[in-house]
Every structure is written in structure tokens, then in C-alpha cells.
Design a protein around this ligand. Structure first.
Ligand SMILES: Cc1cc2nc3c(=O)[nH]c(=O)nc-3n(C[C@H](O)[C@H](O)[C@H](O)COP(=O)(O)OP(=O)(O)OC[C@H]3O[C@@H](n4cnc5c(N)ncnc54)[C@H](O)[C@@H]3O)c2cc1C
Length: 417
């Protein structure tokens, strides 16, 4: 969709989606396929870079099928990731995505693909579904009436023209530093979560269907084999560790590679093909996700720690649940937040518990005694490593993960099936 160069443009839609990452593109696609008139605005032009470990959990794959985007993402070169190798405190373990109790892995692998490739494909998929997409248009503020009900957004295009978008429902899918969440007054900085990430990619460092996570006291490196024979490398550090040394990004990245022997060895002889880009501090959460006339989805709801690689699943699953709720809400005349109660219930079941487990794992790994003990067990018991890795696969519910028989079996397993 192209904009005529004008000073002020007014547009209307049933639903205005702010942000064209996985959460926004997926929400818009589901709605458009149900016959809803959707306008999506993104501040950037695609393909655009997004700092990410670029790993997608196995449970994302059925969600991509639902979006009818599975084949296209596979054909773009998404690499199969069958499990993870975990390194830390002189020990190592290898876990695969396996069935957990009664929970069956939908497919025995996840995928890894460069985010600029994946996100552009999802946005194209939204366009084909009938979504009107405006790229290079930044939302500046949310418009509300005197009762607080959201009426749409004001935005500015790259050519300087301003847009006034009116919509029955406005969706904030605008990521970690969501303008929509901030304007609605629900964004909070959580100092306990403050992290900095440095991301880049290498050629010539093969990983053979396994991602790797290398833990150390101040953070971790995550490596994933992506399309084009590249390896995506993320360094996630506590803000303190990053600020303590006050080095430029690329020097800080190189210094940490030197300090972690397994990463140094893995990248020896490989060539860095991307700049080292930084993102952080990453520490946002929100106090509310639905409003009269609006909702938040994906990272706009709050930061998903990248350690377990679940952010894309949260975005796609959240989108699917929000679209289902919105379809019902649009059938009525009102735009009360109560109509989105099923979405909130879905989040409480599918997203909040997983995000909580991830936070616990992050906190545990920052306690050296606990982390050392965990690695001792993981190395000695392959079944336990399978279980730990499967937790990040997003197919097992916490209920399943808490069943004693699941743990007894994992402890007893001396060798992987
Ligand atoms: C270092 C790092 C590593 C990660 N690794 C993984 C991983 O391996 N696996 C995984 O599953 N998750 C990972 N994540 C999390 C994952 O990247 C996010 O959870 C996911 O991208 C969320 O998708 P989203 O659509 O909500 O937001 P985004 O992908 O951030 O998309 C938001 C979109 O909104 C647009 N936007 C922002 N502001 C405005 C505005 N004012 N107006 C219009 N448009 C706007 C942006 O241009 C962007 O396109 C990682 C995150 C980080 C930071």
C-alpha cells in the first residue's frame, strides 16, 4: 500500500495493528483471513534487522502452519534445530526435544532462520491475506476519548506526512519499547531483569542441527545455525558486567569470546560477517494488556528473556489467541476490554507460566552454587538434559513438567533413546 505525499492523511480500519514483527503480522493475518479490515503500520521498511538468537521452538511450527507460512519459511532455508548443547562451569550436556510425560513434541526439531528473512516472509504472508501494510510509518501517540477508550493512533511517515488512523480496535505489537504500551501508561522498567545483548553472525562455524548455550557467571552466549550456512551468535550479559568494562560493542564481544574457551574454539577460523549490534537494557514488563478499544501482544506485553528462546512462540501464540478473541469482539457493537477476557485467560495458561519458569532458570543460573550443581546433574543424566531442553520447546505444559513421574524417569535415564 502506498501513501500519496500529503500533509495530513486520515485512514480508517476495523483493526489497526502497530508493528509488523511476528506478533503484529500474525495477528493481522488471522484477522484478515476472517474477513476483518486490518491496517498494519511499521516504523521500519522490511526486510529489517531484529536483534535475536533466531531460534524458533518446535511449538512455533504448528503455529506457522496455522498461518499458512510453514512452507515458505522452510523453503527460505530455515535450519532444523534438534536440540541444544549446554556448557557451563567446566561441564557439558546435550538435550533433544523429546516427549515429556503425556506431552508429545509436535515435531522433533525447532527452526533457526535470520530474522530479517523470517519477518519479511510473515509480513508478505499478511499482505497476501489482505492486510493493508504501511511500512516506514512510526506511530507517535495513541488517541483516546474522554472516557479513556482508545480510538486509534497518530503516526508520521518517512516523508513527513502525518496520519490519523481511526480503528475500532488498536493493537500494540510494537515490541520491547512499545509506544502503545507507554502511551497507555502500563509500561514498567524491572531493574531485576536488566540485561544487555550483543548480537552478530559468523560464517564457517558449523553447528550440525544443534544450538548451543554457554553459561558463565555474568551471562551466556547462545549460538544457532541459521540459513545461508551462518551461525547466529548472541552474548547476553547483566547490565553491570557490560557497564563495568565500558568497552565499545565489538571489543566487548571479542573480549568475552576470549574468556569462554568453548566459544573461542567454536569460532576459531570462522569469519564474522555482520557488525556487532547491541540491544538493551531489556527489562520491560506491563501491568495491563487489554483496554477498552486496544490490546497488547508479543514483546509489547513485556520482555521475554532470550535464554530459553521462547519470544517468537509467545508472539505467535499470543497473536493466535488475541485474533480469536478479537473476532468474537468485533461481532458485537461495543469495544469493552471485558470482551478480550479469553485472550487474557489464554495468556495466563500458555504464556505467563512459561515466562515464569524461564525467569526462575535465569535467576538460578546466576547463583554459582546452584548452577554448578545443575550442570553436574545435567552432565551425568542425559534424560535430565532432554527434559531441560524440552522445557524450551513450548509443547509441555508446566502441569506436565511438574509430574513426579516425569522427573523420576529423567533421573533414571542413563542413555538417550
Ligand atoms: C538478544 C535477543 C535474543 C533473542 N533470541 C530469541 C530466540 O532465539 N528465540 C526466540 O523465540 N526469541 C528470541 N528473542 C525474543 C524475540 O526476538 C521477541 O520475543 C520477538 O521478536 C517478539 O516479536 P514482536 O513481534 O512482539 O516484536 P518485534 O519483533 O520487536 O517487532 C516489533 C515491530 O514493531 C515496530 N515498531 C516499533 N515501534 C513502532 C512504532 N512506534 N510505530 C510503528 N512500528 C513500530 C518495529 O519496527 C518492529 O518491526 C530474543 C530477543 C533478544 C533481545
Amino acid at each position: 500500500m502506498k501513501l500519496a505525499a500529503q500533509d495530513r492523511i486520515a485512514l480508517d480500519a476495523d483493526v489497526a495493528v502497530v508493528g509488523g514483527g511476528p506478533a503484529g503480522a500474525a495477528t493481522a493475518t488471522h484477522l484478515a483471513r476472517a474477513g476483518v479490515d486490518v491496517l498494519l503500520l511499521d516504523a521500519q521498511r522490511f526486510p529489517r534487522f531484529k536483534p535475536c538468537g533466531e531460534f524458533m521452538s518446535p511449538q512455533c511450527l504448528p503455529l506457522l502452519r496455522e498461518l499458512r507460512a510453514f512452507d515458505v519459511v522452510r523453503d527460505l532455508g530455515a535450519q532444523e534445530v534438534a536440540g541444544m548443547e549446554l556448557f557451563g562451569w567446566g561441564r557439558s550436556a546435550r538435550g533433544r526435544f523429546v516427549d515429556v510425560g503425556r506431552a508429545r513434541a509436535p515435531i522433533a526439531h525447532g527452526w533457526a532462520i535470520r530474522r530479517e528473512v523470517f519477518d519479511a516472509a510473515l509480513l508478505d504472508n499478511a499482505r497476501s491475506a489482505g492486510v493493508r501494510v504501511l511500512e516506514g510509518v512510526r506511530v507517535r501517540s495513541v488517541r483516546r476519548d474522554s472516557t479513556g477508550r482508545v480510538l486509534g493512533v497518530d503516526a508520521r511517515a518517512a516523508d513527513g506526512s502525518t496520519l490519523q488512523v481511526g480503528a475500532r480496535w488498536t493493537i500494540g505489537a510494537d515490541g520491547l519499547r512499545s509506544r502503545v504500551a507507554r502511551d497507555l501508561g502500563v509500561q514498567r522498567d524491572d531493574p531485576r531483569l536488566r540485561r544487555m545483548a550483543l548480537v552478530t553472525r559468523f560464517a564457517g562455524a558449523s553447528l550440525q542441527r544443534l544450538a548451543q548455550v554457554h553459561f558463565f557467571a555474568d551471562g551466556y552466549f547462545a549460538l544457532a545455525p541459521v540459513d545461508g550456512g551462518l551461525v547466529s551468535v548472541n552474548l547476553v550479559l547483566s547490565m553491570d558486567a557490560f557497564e563495568r568494562e565500558a568497552l565499545p560493542r565489538d571489543r566487548a564481544f571479542e573480549a568475552w569470546v576470549e574468556r569462554v574457551p568453548e566459544v573461542r574454539e567454536r569460532l576459531a577460523g570462522a569469519e564474522r560477517v555482520d557488525p556487532v549490534r547491541g540491544v538493551g537494557p531489556m527489562s520491560m514488563r506491563t501491568t495491563q494488556q487489554t483496554f477498552d478499544g486496544a490490546a497488547l501482544v508479543g514483546d509489547a506485553c513485556g520482555y521475554a528473556d532470550p535464554m530459553t528462546g521462547e519470544g517468537v512462540f509467545f508472539a505467535l501464540k499470543g497473536a493466535s489467541m488475541l485474533a480469536a478473541s478479537l473476532r468474537d469482539a468485533l461481532a458485537s457493537d461495543t469495544v469493552e476490554r471485558a470482551q478480550l477476557a479469553p485472550y487474557l485467560r489464554g495468556r495466563a495458561k500458555e504464556i505467563t507460566p512459561r515466562a515464569r519458569v524461564c525467569r526462575w532458570m535465569v535467576q538460578a543460573l546466576h547463583r554459582p552454587t546452584l548452577a554448578r550443581a545443575a550442570f553436574r546433574w545435567l552432565e551425568a543424566r542425559p534424560g535430565l538434559a532432554d527434559l531441560a531442553v524440552s522445557m524450551s520447546g513450548d509443547y509441555a505444559t508446566n502441569h506436565e513438567l511438574l509430574r513426579p513421574s516425569v522427573w523420576t524417569r529423567a533421573f533414571a535415564t542413563g542413555a538417550r533413546a
